[in-house]
Design a protein around this ligand. Sequence first.
Ligand code: 4AD
Ligand code: MG
Length: 430
Amino acid sequence: MDTTTISHIGEKAGGSATVQGWLYNRRSSGKIQFLIVRDGTGYLQAVVPRADVPAEVWEAAERASQECSLRVTGTVREEKRAPGGYEMSAQSVEILGPSEGYPITPKEHGVDFLMNLRHLWMRSSQQHAVLRVRSEIEQAIRDFFYRREFTLIDSPILTGSAVEGTSTLFETDYFGDKAYLSQSGQLYLEPAAAAFGKVYCFGPTFRAEKSKTRRHLTEFWMIEPEVAFLRFEGLVELAEDLIVTVMGRVLERCQEDLKRLERDTKKLEAIQKPFPRITYREAVQKLAALGFSVKFGDDLGADEETALAKDLDRPLVVSRFPAAIKSFYMQPDPEDPEVVLGLDMLAPEGYGEIIGGSERIYDLALLEKRIEEHELPRDAYEWYLDVRRFGTFPHSGFGMGLERFVAWACGIHHLREAIPYPRTLKRIYP
Ligand code: 4AD
Ligand code: MG
């Protein structure tokens, strides 16, 4: 059977076409039924006039209930007012799979109810739009690194070494030994940078986050570049370029989805280089002036981050944090050894930290000392130390949280809607 996807229905204008999909919505005047059919690529209004179709076609249209699967055939014409810009005069309507009592109705439902039905909820127009934007963002990220001649190095999910502290590790039994789910691919990318120069990984990462916030998932996707001989300034520029390029691509290719999400695209158009910068020391002063009780050595929480980025129309780069509040591998600033050459990029509109990264320690003795200070099991890091034993080199990298970027691009409040099947403290179903 020659079927057409709705995204290509325009090519059939003036002729006949068959579309297969699900019933999104219907209206009826008694004499005419309007079936809105969706097939994942778009929405098409099929018009069924009682006077012009055989009785069984009219009855099938009447029987069609929300989210039943169906096949409709008819003539296609341009119709500016219809969703998608085309309309079909149906000659045949065939129900393929009924859908009695579809649980998600046009009335308001609570988020928990909808999250329990996540497998169905993704058919709804706004959720569908978010996940399409996510898909475009993932492709744009891959294209960005491909064009810059990075090599993709897939890092393992099962690992023996912690990257971002030991408090958020998911532990699992590995044939009688302990293994962890990866918190970040970074440690595996650093050796790869010595083999390939410019590398990145892009995969799921896991953190046993016991905090219940709108910005934390226990399983999230991270994009991580790592570059040999790249210094801190170059790292900040790479992060800026990635964000500006990917946001530009969302604006170019996702207008329809952004409209459905009622996203204010002016806010996204403002995301241009250069991004404002502030050091941690300056940030502490600024926060103190705003009435926060923070001092050098304190970590910046969500409220502090929001306050710093509040009046900005683009991300804020915060750099040079005290070593004590950052990960073990960060390179000290030669001009201010109390702080490290690390950066956090804070998105505007309260989306918080979207990127974290740093120059890496490349001196063997210093790295060994840090592993000891952080009370990490030295044995698990011997292989990692080899990068410093055999041809050590300055290098830098960062990690960008995919769901934070998606939530920001789409203007949605909570990260759980930025991933197809969210995992949080209280959720592993469905
Ligand atoms: O700042 P983080 O912890 O950095 C790292 O993991 C480095 N090893 C990355 C690197 O340098 N290669 O995490 C990086 C980013 C954060 O900025 C945030 O966007 C996201 O990952 N992220 C989370 N996103 C959702 N849920 C969580 N629980 C997240 N934790 C971090
Ligand atoms: Mg961080």
